[in-house]
Design a binder for this molecule. Structure first.
Ligand SMILES: Cc1cc2nc3c(=O)[nH]c(=O)nc-3n(C[C@H](O)[C@H](O)[C@H](O)COP(=O)(O)OP(=O)(O)OC[C@H]3O[C@@H](n4cnc5c(N)ncnc54)[C@H](O)[C@@H]3O)c2cc1C
Length: 400
């Protein structure tokens, strides 16, 4: 019997990769909770920052874009850059895509992946089943990679939790729990600004604590984009156009440049439509840095260094760190020890070659863990358009 390819992950990248493998007739087993990052780890009522055109899960067959889902569901079409995609619509689109193109999805966790002596991999599932796969695609996205600044991690003695003094933005779905409370949100990216706006709309008094000067900013609306620059799913700019459509040479850039661009390009900037919901409703506190945190009697306090050079203490009922995600192979504990030590990494992220293959033949990474090799577009759903066909082409040729 031909050993299947195993895909770990049922978010946009795992589902898109699976659709491409199935279309080539390659046996595949796909594991994960479909669209769970969007369903459980993002706030209810969130709107996508990406435009409809940048919110498609890539498939080899026509008819599986967001707009096709809108038609099938009988809801108004989301097409133009001014149409805003509610997270609930996007989750339903992902489920529809999965039911049509990846119907055999197995909603179980992969507990371990190890190399087999004769080649290929051995996977263990939390159902207790063990099986052999000829190749493995890791598409675990944001899972387990939430980043908490060290000051907060040290102060959160019982760990970060929505009911304790400190939490990470990924731990929140229902922000109405903060109604009538004082909330501090650390960060200046879309996640921080939208979490703050949604909590304020739910009746919380919210302060955003942001490092640097003028970092809380919002993008230009679609009708105000610069002309004479090429279009990309993220706006009109040469850099965005190149990074979106030509990520091939990215992995040959110097290591420092690659990691810098992943962090900075398409980095902290609120969506154009969020500005009116934010300004005047959320207080902004710009600081030089957060230097300490504590929680006495369960109430959190942040010690911040001001731009004038002094230190100040800020208090609230709860602090949410909207401080993003860090790729770290060490956090992917389902990868066996021997496999992890054999993997070539660059600052914690796997170093990938052509076709998204790691330094261990047959082991592929896509989505966020691939961003250090293929650029910032891998942090977004539209990255599936570049990644999925190339990964699957490589895998099909190497494991025919
Ligand atoms: C607040 C917020 C807003 C965002 N907004 C946008 C946006 O507007 N547009 C955009 O393009 N991107 C946005 N992103 C980024 C977006 O989340 C990612 O691009 C996308 O989810 C990545 O998809 P993925 O398939 O790689 O991983 P995920 O969607 O994170 O899916 C991970 C999958 O892996 C599975 N999994 C994990 N571990 C295991 C295991 N051991 N065994 C089995 N399965 C496992 C999970 O069950 C899940 O199915 C946003 C991110 C955040 C945090």
């Amino acid at each position: 019997m031909i050993q299947p390819v195993a895909i770990i992950g049922a978010g946009p990248f795992g589902l898109s990769t699976a659709a491409h493998l199935r279309a080539r007739g390659i046996p595949v087993r796909v594991f994960g909770d479909p669209m769970v990052s969007w369903r459980d780890h993002m706030p209810e009522g969130m709107l996508l920052k990406s435009t409809p055109a940048a919110s498609n899960l890539d498939a080899p067959q026509r008819g599986h874009n967001l707009v096709d889902y809108c038609d099938a569901a009988g809801i108004p079409r989301l097409v133009t850059d001014e149409d805003i995609v509610p997270v609930e619509t996007f989750i339903a689109y992902g489920r529809w895509f999965q039911e049509k193109l990846v119907p055999e999805l197995e909603q179980v966790r992969v507990v371990s992946v190890d190399r087999r002596p004769g080649g290929g991999f051995e996977l263990k599932l939390d159902s207790g089943e063990t099986f052999a796969a000829r190749a493995v695609v890791v598409a675990t996205g944001l899972s387990g990679l939430a980043h908490l600044p060290p000051e907060l991690a040290a102060a959160a003695v019982d760990g970060a939790t929505p009911t304790g003094p400190f939490s990470h933005s990924s731990q929140h779905h229902d922000l109405t729990r903060f109604s009538g409370k004082e909330l501090m949100v650390i960060g200046a990216g879309q996640s921080a600004l939208e979490t703050a706006a949604l909590a304020a709309e739910a009746g919380a008094r919210v302060r955003v604590v942001s490092r640097g000067h003028g970092r809380v900013a919002f993008g230009a609306p679609p009708w105000n984009q610069p002309r004479l620059r090429p279009e990309s799913p993220f706006g009109r700019a040469w850099s965005l156009w190149a990074l979106t459509y030509y990520p091939h040479p990215y992995r040959f850039l110097p290591e420092q440049t690659r990691h810098y661009l992943v962090r900075r390009v398409l980095g902290p900037l609120g969506a154009w439509w969020l500005k009116d919901r934010f300004d005047g409703k959320v207080e902004v506190c710009e600081v030089a840095g957060v230097v300490g945190a504590s929680a006495s009697d369960g109430s959190p306090a942040l010690t911040v260094r001001t731009h004038a050079g002094s230190t100040e203490e800020l208090t609230a009922d709860h602090v949410i760190a909207a401080t993003g995600y860090r790729v770290d192979i060490a956090a992917m504990d389902f990868l066996g020890h021997e496999l992890r030590t054999r993997l070539a990494v660059s600052r914690g992220a796997p170093r990938l070659g052509a076709g998204y293959v790691s330094s261990v033949p047959g082991l592929y990474f896509t989505g966020l863990p691939a961003a250090a090799s293929y650029g910032p577009v891998m942090r977004f759903v539209c990255g599936t358009e570049f990644a999925s066909p190339r990964l699957v082409k490589h895998l099909a040729a190497a494991h025919a």
